[in-house]
Design a protein around this ligand. Sequence first.
Ligand SMILES: Nc1nc2c(ncn2[C@@H]2O[C@H](COP(=O)(O)OP(=O)(O)OP(=O)(O)O)[C@@H](O)[C@H]2O)c(=O)[nH]1
Length: 205
Amino acid sequence: MNYIKLALLGSEGAGKSAVLVRFLTRRFIGEYASNANSLYHKRLSIDGRQLNLEVFDPCSQNTEARCILEEPVDWADGFIVVYNISDVTSFLNAKNILRQIKEARTDNYEGEVEVPIYLVGNKQDLCHARQVGEEEGRALALENRCHFKEVSAAENYQEIANLFTKLIRHVMAQLKHRADRRRYSGSKSMAKLINNVFGKRRKSV
Ligand SMILES: Nc1nc2c(ncn2[C@@H]2O[C@H](COP(=O)(O)OP(=O)(O)OP(=O)(O)O)[C@@H](O)[C@H]2O)c(=O)[nH]1
């Protein structure tokens, strides 16, 4: 069984819970309790593999909002950063969140650690009140090497399901890559050890 942990981040009211609830239940509920952090669990199957998905939806209305990134940024295997296309402040905040994720996930010794991220411009149904162009969203995603999609949690299930699936696939590939690297460096150091011990002996025979 694969365990995948995702975190949704974004400004208050950007629609994080709406996006997540759409994915989990296929429904748009409209109003969501938003005074507590929530951790959702879902079992699903992708490409024939059973997955245990955990999604962290932090509350951004209390004081914890200020340290919103501290916990999920280390905990999560992948991120969905949500902004509201009719609210430019939420877009600037998303930009800030992407920068913070990068800073937190950069290993000082080994360089940047690639972490799968989806930048999501929500409330596409409010395009008459649009304050952020689709191209601006795409450019920000490109700059930060993440996926990008504009969606409407209010109107569309399929696009949201697709983006979760794509992100989960990317996370699975990333986790496998990291495990392979660990295994490879483990076997390399074992080979070195064997060589150190037996290599020297062989010389003296
Ligand atoms: N028109 C429209 N409204 C939406 C959409 N998604 C969410 N909303 C509305 O936006 C408001 C905020 O949505 P939430 O999902 O609670 O936003 P959030 O980011 O989880 O907010 P916090 O929990 O306060 O951080 C609610 O009134 C939703 O009904 C959308 O796609 N279109």
